[in-house]
Structures are given as structure tokens and as C-alpha cells.
Design a protein around this ligand. Structure first.
Ligand SMILES: CCCCCCC/C=C/C(=O)SCCNC(=O)CCNC(=O)[C@H](O)C(C)(C)COP(=O)(O)OP(=O)(O)OC[C@H]1O[C@@H](n2cnc3c(N)ncnc32)[C@H](O)[C@@H]1OP(=O)(O)O
Length: 301
């Protein structure tokens, strides 16, 4: 039987201190998890559930922000802190990012964080998006997106920041639909898309704000593997184990060599990027588009 430890090591205690914990400290574990027989540590904040198999060093990070894991300030802060703590944990070698709510991996940025807010507020919000991305994209760990549902916009951003993407088959969409909200994806997000699917396809996808069904996403190379939804976690664990056969140091140095230019570019242009976001999102016409988009989402029911 698996042993559940609420706050086993230094890293976990620190993480627990950083965030208000929900009453539930027990691990919400997929019944099909291949880690079931490993020694597991777990901890949770209200919006992110983390478990780690001590033997393999594989952590699973489950977004738990109902109803659709939209990235609000609290979730962004929790994700960043969680990525940074796992990064510092010497026994951690890999991270699987998934959703605790199958059928929606992440609905992207919380649109309400962009609606009728002051320029200062949206600027600070955007910095949290940047910092979360820097910690995930720049991670030394093997990072695997286990995309068990829809993954539009900011959800696609999270997936692209990982090293490998496994998505659920079926009627789920992924892509960068920012232009549909009258928003322009920033250079670092556009670049990840280009790196994943190539210049021409990325250019078209970004211009029209395309959301692709999972089979088309596989064909384009936006995701790497499609599996039935109930197998997403197990296949992600198997895939991570394959990656962990490669020595960590060589793999991580190689990863950094390819990602450093984009990481450095954002670090250098952080304030300019924040200013652009502030100016764009608070523009009257953009606010109107966001309002119409929100109305459309509500009217769907
Ligand atoms: C210079 C500018 C730079 C900008 C760059 C920005 C980079 C990233 C941008 C973004 O991420 S913008 C957000 C884009 N996201 C979307 O377009 C997704 C919208 N949501 C959906 O399409 C669907 O909700 C879903 C994810 C496919 C799930 O569908 P489902 O049927 O399961 O749920 P719903 O009934 O649609 O939603 C439930 C509930 O949640 C609300 N909601 C959904 N998405 C968001 C969101 N992103 N932010 C805030 N709220 C969201 C939705 O309105 C429903 O609310 P209620 O009606 O229940 O109150």
C-alpha cells in the first residue's frame, strides 16, 4: 500500500507554509496511476494538488481551480511557487502538469482578471503570468503536460512551456485563440508556437486564433501523443520514465541551451512586455471585445 506523507521533507514543509492549505491533505490520486506502488509525498494548496513519488522523483501537479482552471492571480502564484519548490528539491527529477478536473486542462487566463481593471492591476497580473512561465519554461526538470481536456490560450501556453505534450483523444481543443478576444499573443508565446509547429503554421494559427481538435493538433505537432482520456496520466508517467533514462545533467544543459535565448529575451524586455499588456488590455475596444466574449461564454448555456 502506498504511504501518504503530508509534509515529508524540508521542501514540502516550506511549500505548505507558503500557501493556505485546504482541509484536504490527502492525495487525490488517479486509480490508474503507475506511481501507485511508489512512496508518495503529497501536499496541496486549495488550487494546486501536488504529489511526488519519492522513488522515481516524479511529481504530479494537478490544477484544481474550479470550474475550468482559469489562471487567476491565486492559481498563477500557486503554480509558480510549486514549480520553484520542485526545482529546488534535489530529489525531484520530473514534473507532470495536469488537471484535477478531467475534460478541462486549463481555460487560459481568467478573463475576469482583464475586465474593468485598472492599468496597474492588469500590469501586476501580467507579471505573474510572466513569472509563472519563466519558472516552468526554464525548469531543469523533465516537464510533461498531461492534457486531459480543453487547453485554449493560456492552457496552450502552459502546455507549450513543457518538454512534451500528451493529450486526450476526443472532442477537446487546444490552441492560441487570443485574436478572437482582440488580444495579441506576446513574442515569447508566439515563439513557442513557432518552435512547436513551424513558422507558416504558427503564423496562420496565431492570426486566426485557431483552436484545433486534438487529432489536428497531433498532425501539426502541437501535441506529441494522443491517448484515451483515462490513460493520459499513466502514459505521461511511462513517457517521463523513458526521459529519465537520459542522464539528468546532459538533458538539462541541452534544454537550457535551447531555451536560454527566449528566457533571456523576456527577462530583458519584461517591463516593455508589461507595458504593452497594460496598454492593450485596457483599451476601450479590447474591453468591449472581452465583454462580448464573456457574454458569449455565458450564452452558451
Ligand atoms: C497584449 C495582450 C496579450 C494577451 C496575451 C494573452 C495570453 C493568454 C490569453 C488567454 O488565456 S485569454 C482566455 C482565453 N480562454 C478562452 O477563450 C477559453 C474560454 N472558455 C471556454 O472555451 C470553455 O469554458 C472551455 C474551457 C472549453 C470549457 O467549457 P465548459 O463547457 O466545460 O465550461 P463553460 O460552461 O464554458 O465554463 C464554465 C464557467 O467558467 C467560465 N469561464 C470559462 N472560461 C473562462 C476564462 N478563461 N476566464 C474566466 N471564466 C471562464 C464560464 O463563463 C462559465 O461561467 P458561468 O457561466 O458558470 O458563470
Amino acid at each position: 500500500m502506498a504511504t501518504f506523507i503530508a509534509s515529508g521533507g524540508r521542501v514540502w514543509r516550506k511549500f505548505v507554509k507558503t500557501f493556505p492549505l485546504g482541509s484536504n491533505l490527502s492525495l487525490k490520486r488517479s486509480p490508474t496511476s503507475a506511481l501507485a506502488n511508489g512512496r508518495l509525498s503529497s501536499t496541496s494548496s486549495e488550487n494546486v494538488l501536488v504529489s511526488k513519488d519519492e522513488k522515481s522523483g516524479i511529481a504530479t501537479v494537478r490544477m484544481n481551480n474550479p470550474p475550468v482552471n482559469s489562471l487567476n492571480t491565486a492559481l498563477l502564484l500557486s503554480l509558480r511557487s510549486c514549480f520553484e519548490e520542485l526545482e529546488k528539491d534535489k530529489s525531484c527529477r520530473a514534473l507532470i502538469l495536469t488537471s484535477n478536473k478531467p475534460k478541462v486542462f486549463c481555460a487560459g487566463l481568467d478573463i475576469l482578471e482583464l475586465y474593468q481593471k485598472s492599468p496597474d492591476y492588469v500590469g501586476q497580473f501580467w507579471e505573474k503570468v510572466q513569472d509563472m512561465w519563466l519558472s516552468l519554461y526554464g525548469s531543469r526538470l523533465v516537464t510533461m503536460a498531461a492534457i486531459n481536456g480543453h487547453s485554449p490560450a493560456g492552457g496552450c501556453l502552459l502546455s507549450l512551456a513543457c518538454d512534451y505534450r500528451i493529450m486526450a483523444e476526443g472532442n477537446f481543443v487546444i490552441g492560441l485563440n487570443e485574436t478572437q478576444l482582440d488580444l495579441v499573443a506576446p513574442f515569447w508565446l508566439r515563439q513557442m508556437m513557432v518552435d512547436a509547429i513551424g513558422y507558416r503554421q504558427a503564423e496562420m494559427a496565431l492570426m486566426v486564433g485557431a483552436l484545433y481538435p486534438s487529432n489536428k493538433a497531433l498532425q501539426l505537432g502541437l501535441v506529441d501523443k494522443l491517448v484515451p482520456i483515462e490513460d493520459v496520466q499513466t502514459v505521461a508517467e511511462e513517457e517521463v520514465k523513458n526521459w529519465l533514462k537520459i542522464p539528468d545533467q546532459a538533458r538539462a544543459i541541452t534544454k537550457m541551451a535551447s531555451r536560454k535565448p527566449l528566457l533571456d529575451e523576456l527577462r530583458k524586455r519584461k517591463q516593455e512586455d508589461i507595458q504593452t499588456f497594460r496598454d492593450e488590455t485596457t483599451r476601450e475596444s479590447v474591453q468591449l471585445s472581452i465583454q462580448q466574449y464573456l457574454d458569449k461564454l455565458k450564452a452558451k448555456k
